[in-house]
Write a protein that binds this ligand. Structure first.
Ligand SMILES: Cc1cc2nc3c(=O)[nH]c(=O)nc-3n(C[C@H](O)[C@H](O)[C@H](O)COP(=O)(O)O)c2cc1C
Ligand code: SF4
Length: 448
């Protein structure tokens, strides 16, 4: 395809030359061919292809992408929006930033295809506030795509079609809650990042009250490949019910941490020992969190058997989440890990609903007591009960995200918690004991 360097000014060329080269490379490797193919299909055919591929959201909830797209109203009378979620604030998740850095044009092509399929004219890429480097890189790639006519009104000329769309990058302010899709929309609108009640769902009433689809960066980036190879072929990759490849971000006590693209259903054992070179310092494995800090853990024995797809992980009481694999060796203090995770969720709770606002703080306090050896066996049951009362009783899933790891660690590593607590409260502070004695005495005196 035509790619004339003479078209742009020397200044713009110098500023964006690195991204010009990346774009050129992307095109040389078949970039934007999938979008050209999509343009020859009807929007519904594109959605059906994504449905056939079995693609499920890579942002954590695993929702079928084609189905989500089909919820968008067909009419083009009102504005419709696409929000690409790159907030990526979950501890243990660091894969979307790799796409901003190394494959920005595939993300842009995915946005064009999604936009065409849903009749969307405006897309926001929402990027985590602390990701200064990646906001910068993505903005430069986007500038080049605009200059070169791959985004914006010039698309009409480039692709010979009437359809075009705008893409804006929106920088978050560094709140985990703004990754939740309805809080993300509030944040883009300029309001505090408070999650909204659902229903209405974003496809009914989203950004500024108009139909909106929210998808993760990795989800959208997978779309060009699906259109290129066809949904049926894509569905053959990886686990049948959760097909495709996943970007696994591996961190913690591992020899070769990093982001690895592998088919879904890859055995966790293979990821840890073959791709990532095994547990560091030749130590034994104690636990693995398979999908970001909000997911319940796997024990070492479970990690030996688990495959990395949603259905396989469900058998072990956990989920694929964001595919952020956190590895813990034999010396890890599980109580401390649970306390640290609880601290994070307490800090990030937006405070709108009581079970999450109060419960997350309560869990953190109890875990601190357990960690410091100032709790009893009864507190372990209370902790489990508080977590259970948060789960499923909140406006958004941050409540679940806080409760699941606590319940998971407490259940699967109960002995580590029991070793830290005392059987009964024989160490109750003196003043309370004294106070109780005195009131009992007064009661007796009154009776006589
Ligand atoms: C507290 C919280 C934080 C979230 N953070 C992110 C995030 O950083 N990135 C993301 O893609 N999804 C995040 N999600 C999930 C989104 O709400 C939404 O399900 C997702 O962006 C949809 O995209 P997908 O269908 O492509 O996965 C978060 C959810 C919750 C409850
Ligand atoms: S669950 Fe927590 S973060 Fe979500 S809306 Fe309620 S208080 Fe806010």
């Amino acid at each position: 395809m035509g790619f004339e360097y003479g078209e742009i000014s020397k200044i713009a060329f110098a500023r964006n030359s690195k991204f010009d080269a990346t774009l050129k490379l992307y095109i040389a490797n078949g970039g934007f061919e999938a979008y050209r193919k999509a343009l020859k299909m009807s929007p519904d055919e594109v959605i059906n292809e994504v449905k056939k591929s079995g693609l499920r959201g890579r942002g954590g909830a695993c929702f079928p992408t084609g189905l989500k797209w089909s919820f968008m109203p067909k009419s083009n009378d009102v504005p419709k929006y696409l929000c690409v979620n790159g907030d990526e604030s979950e501890p243990g998740s660091f894969k979307d930033r790799q796409i901003f850095e190394f494959n920005p044009f595939q993300l842009i092509e995915g946005i064009l295809i999604a936009g065409y399929a849903m009749g969307i004219r405006t897309t926001y890429i929402y990027i985590r506030g602390e990701y200064h480097k990646w906001i910068n890189l993505m903005q430069k790639a986007l500038d080049v795509a605009y200059e070169r006519g791959f985004v914006g009104p010039k698309m009409k000329e480039t692709f010979g079609s009437d359809y075009w769309l705008d893409i804006y990058i929106h920088k978050g302010a560094g709140a985990y809650i703004c990754g939740e899709e309805t809080a993300l929309m509030n944040s883009i609108e300029g309001y505090r990042g408070y999650p909204r009640f659902k229903p209405p769902f974003p496809a009914q009433r989203g950004l500024w009250g108009y139909p909106t689809t929210i998808n993760n960066v990795e989800t959208i980036t997978a779309v060009p490949q699906i259109i290129k190879m066809g949904g049926d072929e894509y569905a053959k990759i990886g686990a049948p019910k959760h097909p495709g490849t996943l970007l696994f971000g591996v961190s913690g006590h591992i020899n070769k941490p990093g982001v690895y693209e592998l088919p879904t259903g890859t055995p966790l054992k293979e990821i840890l020992y073959e791709h990532c070179g095994g547990i560091w310092k030749n130590k034994a494995l104690k636990a693995v969190i398979p999908g970001g800090s909000s997911m319940p853990p796997l024990t070492a024995e479970e990690a030996e058997q688990a495959n990395m797809d949603e259905e396989s992980l469900q058998k072990f009481g956990t989920h694929i989440g964001t595919g952020g694999i956190i590895v813990m060796d034999e010396d890890t203090d599980i109580v401390k890990v649970t306390y640290r995770i609880a601290h994070f969720y307490h800090h990030e709770s937006c405070g709108q609903c009581t079970p999450c606002r109060e419960g997350c703080g309560w869990m953190e306090k109890m875990l601190k007591r357990i960690y410091e050896g100032d709790a009893t066996t009864k507190d372990l049951d209370l902790l489990y009960s508080v977590a259970s009362n948060i789960e499923g009783n909140t406006i958004c899933a941050l409540g679940d995200a806080a409760a699941w790891p606590v319940k998971g660690f407490l259940t699967k590593f109960r002995s580590e918690f029991e070793a830290r607590v005392k059987p009964s409260r024989e160490f109750v502070p003196k003043n309370i004991v004294h106070g109780k004695r005195r009131s009992a005495q007064l009661l007796l005196e009154n009776r006589t």
